[in-house]
Design a protein around this ligand. Structure first.
Ligand code: 13P
Length: 251
């Protein structure tokens, strides 16, 4: 049985004060009983991580960063390394979010390096993938997803897979209010799990969590999470409010 996971990706939202208030709100809303059935991760801005680590101590929630650089260290002005994150300590990192693929030119090849560097520094990884509207409308979505998976995480060993979660985020559903139907999402999740068998083996495919992301709200989360291959959600907008984030965790 795969344990459910609900992760909040705060993106570039909240300053330190507002972020701290939101974190307190979330901690008040998320009751311990819910954490037994569902893991909860918070992917906060870099500036918040140290103070959040102190506040999350003993809460059962896992703290993550939204990105790390692919190289270990060096002359990369303005970048943050996996080792820096691990030293906070942060436990997990998002790799391959569509916004970074689109705005920062992150290719599957760069992302494969980021995954390796993150894992080598003891971080867990949520690897994001998903097609654009144009790719879906032209019927390329299965190929796009397959390529993102094979080139980004196709090289992982069975041991490394234990620290990796996948997140299917169709670009056309992110921040648009246009959720993929539970059936549309399930179709890709089932396909992605088959690709994991090809890349690794049945046991890994069975154990790997695949999250859905894209306009998840308390009202649609239950139906999405009832699908066989959907193991939880990566939440953007609805993670910026304690009550709605907790509503999704309850779902
Ligand atoms: P929304 O939930 O705002 O659509 O964002 C999804 C997302 O990109 C999470 O990483």
């Amino acid at each position: 049985m795969r344990k459910r996971l609900v992760a909040g990706n705060w993106k570039m939202n909240t300053d330190l004060n507002d972020g701290f208030l939101l974190l307190k709100d979330i901690l008040n809303e998320v009751r311990e009983a819910e954490l037994e059935k569902c893991d909860v991760h918070i992917y906060a801005p870099f500036t918040h991580l140290k103070i959040f680590h102190n506040s999350l101590n003993g809460s059962g929630l896992m703290l993550g960063a939204q990105n790390c650089h692919q190289e270990e260290s060096g002359a990369y002005t303005g970048e943050i390394s996996a080792q820096m994150l691990a030293s906070i300590p942060v436990q997990s990192v998002l790799v391959g979010h569509s916004e970074r693929r689109e705005y920062c030119g992150e290719t599957n090849e760069i992302l494969a390096k980021k995954v390796n560097t993150a894992l080598a520094n003891g971080l867990k990884v949520i690897y994001c993938f998903g097609e654009t509207l144009e790719q879906r409308e032209s019927g390329e979505h299965f190929n796009v997803v397959k390529q993102q998976l094979i080139e980004g995480v196709g090289h992982l060993t069975v041991e490394q897979w234990q620290h990796v979660t996948l997140a299917y985020e169709p670009v056309w559903a992110i921040g648009t209010g246009k959720t993929a139907s539970a059936e549309q999402a399930q179709e890709i999740h089932e396909y992605a799990r088959k690709i994991v068998i090809e890349m690794s083996n049945d046991g890994v495919a069975d154990a790997t969590r695949i999250l859905y992301g894209g306009s998840v709200k308390p009202g649609n989360a239950g139906h999405l999470f009832s699908m066989e291959d959907i193991d939880g959600g990566l939440i953007g907008g609805a993670a910026l409010n304690g009550e709605s984030f907790a509503g999704i965790i309850r779902a």
